[in-house]
Design a protein around this ligand. Structure first.
Ligand code: ADP
Length: 177
């Protein structure tokens, strides 16, 4: 292959990230527009290890990343120990509370479990570089952004699968040897 072909065939973050065209959309949380019940349903309906948090479904602007296990524990604790929390209580990842009606039930504030600087790459970052970053920083996942919008996620397993496909070898042996 000449240099031109190599560039043309280079795998990019967008080729490996989820969702791909046939996948269901990315499961995200919004920073202030979801209820306890809605977040619990998302947890029950999926098995993902974590969820990106965005400003709104419409903007898909990234706020941070929250681990599933932290979310589960925090919601359980809020249900059990926080006075007045009910299914329709708001779940807030915001710094300041948005205006709420005086009759609204108390909100569950989860800013403290939010990773505010999850690692991100652009959709056109070559996978070579993404793999290098995963190795060097020991990442478990990385988010893919384009023009300020969240597009997808790449997990360590996605990378291992991708590399195994490329090399047709045992995936664990590639990343760690
Ligand atoms: P792993 O890749 O280690 O199994 P996950 O269970 O978190 O980790 O992810 C399973 C698959 O779903 C991966 O291909 C990943 O890219 C994708 N994924 C992870 N989180 C989400 C999410 N919030 N929404 C949609 N897909 C996701």
């Amino acid at each position: 292959l000449g240099a031109k072909e190599e560039i043309r065939h280079k795998t990019l973050a967008t080729d490996v990230m989820r969702p791909q065209r046939s996948d269901p959309p990315l499961s995200v949380l919004t920073q202030s527009r979801m209820t306890v019940e809605e977040v619990e349903r998302l947890i029950a309906d999926t098995t993902y290890s974590g969820f990106p948090v965005v400003i709104s479904q419409q903007s898909q602007r990234l706020v941070g990343f929250v681990l599933r296990r932290d979310l589960v524990i925090s919601l359980e604790n809020a249900r059990r120990y926080q006075e007045g929390v009910v299914s329709v209580s708001a779940v807030l990842f915001t710094e300041c509370d948005p205006p709420a009606s005086p009759s609204a039930p108390p909100a569950v504030k989860l800013r403290s479990i939010l990773d505010l600087s999850p690692f991100t790459v652009t959709a056109h970052t070559p996978m070579e570089i993404v793999v290098d970053i995963f190795r060097k920083l020991g990442l478990r996942q990385c988010l893919v952004i384009q023009n300020g919008r969240l597009l997808g996620i790449i997990t360590k397993k996605d990378i291992l699968k991708h590399m195994a496909q490329m090399a047709n070898r045992d995936p664990e042996s590639i990343l760690f040897n």
